[in-house]
Design a protein around this ligand. Sequence first.
Ligand SMILES: Cc1cc2nc3c(=O)[nH]c(=O)nc-3n(C[C@H](O)[C@H](O)[C@H](O)COP(=O)(O)OP(=O)(O)OC[C@H]3O[C@@H](n4cnc5c(N)ncnc54)[C@H](O)[C@@H]3O)c2cc1C
Ligand code: FES
Length: 511
Amino acid sequence: MEHGPGGYGLPGRHESFWMETTAETAYPPLPGNLETDVVVVGGGITGITTAVLLKQAGYTVALIEGDRICRGVTGHTTAKVTSLHRLIYAELIDRFGSRQAQQYAEANQAAIETVASFVREYDIPCSFEAKPAYTYAESAESRDSVAAEADAARSLGLPATFVEDVPLPGRTYGAVRFADQAQFHPLKYLLHLASLIPGDGSQIFEKTRAIEVQDGGGRCTVRTERGTVTARAGVLATHYPFYDSPGFYYARMDPSRSYVLGLRLDEPFPDGMFINAEGPTHSWRSQPAGDGELVIVSGMEHRSGETVDTREHYRSLEAYARSVYPVRSVDYRWSAQDYITNDGVPYIGPLAESHENIYIATGFRKWGMTNGTAAATILTDMIRGRASPWAEVYAPDRFKPAASARRFLVHNIGVAEKYIGGMISRPAGDLADVPPGEGKVLMIEGQKAGVFRDREGRVHAVNPTCTHMGCVAAWNSAEETWDCPCHGSRYDADGKVIHGPAVKDLAPRGG
Ligand SMILES: Cc1cc2nc3c(=O)[nH]c(=O)nc-3n(C[C@H](O)[C@H](O)[C@H](O)COP(=O)(O)OP(=O)(O)OC[C@H]3O[C@@H](n4cnc5c(N)ncnc54)[C@H](O)[C@@H]3O)c2cc1C
Ligand code: FES
């Protein structure tokens, strides 16, 4: 049993297996103002793959990363590389029609081959392995949906079949199975790709947070804490676009958090990657690790910033895993969030009509290994002035009244309630109510204060009003962070931004 943030009584080391088994990078910060062909902001799978493809196409690129590359969501993924996105194709055909559903299918299926061809071409040692992927029914009620998904996916040319037998313990009711999907160690893959970027006029700059973007006259300028980068085009691959106006992305996506455990079992894990059709999510894969295999189980999702005690999610995930397999040990635990758009399809393309030289890729619905890779291909095509066969389904300016209207309304009412509730509610209590290892929002001398008392008894107090758009951040006990329920900004216990869209830290409060 290991402690770490929130860790008393929680299983495993509080560390992503991918990050623990790769070295942290040390690219320099931006030294001052710079001109380049394309500026890419964000060093996750989307930004790194885009930068590499652009460099291969003959552009000079500056990749700007606020922290160190590969330590955002990509460092905390489960890294299944598959076009089987739980249940999506029947729904896509219904909402978007077969032609656009096919674009989504082809973009994600082609992304598997893009990853495979990088691995082959550069001989990247990242335990890339072909595996079948399954979405299985855990209840009799889901059997029809799973069978319908197999039909829908097959009609789009995907390698789908309905199977009765699922090689997992426990009762299942059939599954949709995709052949020839893949899994890998995402950071071993991406750190190698990143090493291809510097040179011939291209560069990576770390510890350089972008604050603002402007464009006009065929140029785009990204202002950072350390200088500006001016380019012909800018790609915001920051997971959530830190610069929104006038895209209104804040009203078009929800942040969803999931929990991950790395386990050792007393028996070999079956050949495949698995996810259930129902909620809460139960997702499984294995990963070669040392002289054995680590089994990665994830799920128990909820809207970020919206739960009472996040430690419960790790506990329920552990209890669930132990109900399925004899677990010898829980070695790792980590969690992360991804964004889900109103209609379930990512936004990839120009930020807005009025910003033709600024591109975004966001809202991957926890399927960013392929969607992020597809985004890199699509955005590279766009910047080269080439038509992308998959652009239409991902177009950020789409609006499907039937698909989006209800969710758009429900989302905005929900966010408005949080926003207003956060601004007018009067939290009660005082410092004595905050035990060591806990955090709370209190009213202190008439002002809202986010108070965390660490295990040594020191009090860390911040103004919990999110610097993005003013919602009140909630304490995340499992990670010891302040998480904003509105659009998913996250801050450490002292208020430092660790996840956008916020770019400004929370103000300190005396306390
Ligand atoms: C628990 C979990 C499991 C998942 N499992 C899978 C899976 O099995 N298969 C799959 O396909 N997908 C999966 N996903 C989804 C996938 O991991 C993500 O969609 C993907 O990693 C997102 O990549 P990204 O490059 O867009 O973002 P990130 O990896 O977060 O990269 C964005 C980068 O931008 C930087 N940044 C942010 N703001 C700024 C700024 N202002 N200036 C400079 N830099 C900035 C950040 O520091 C970060 O490094 C999972 C997601 C979660 C949460
Ligand atoms: S993330 Fe938008 S208000 Fe906090």
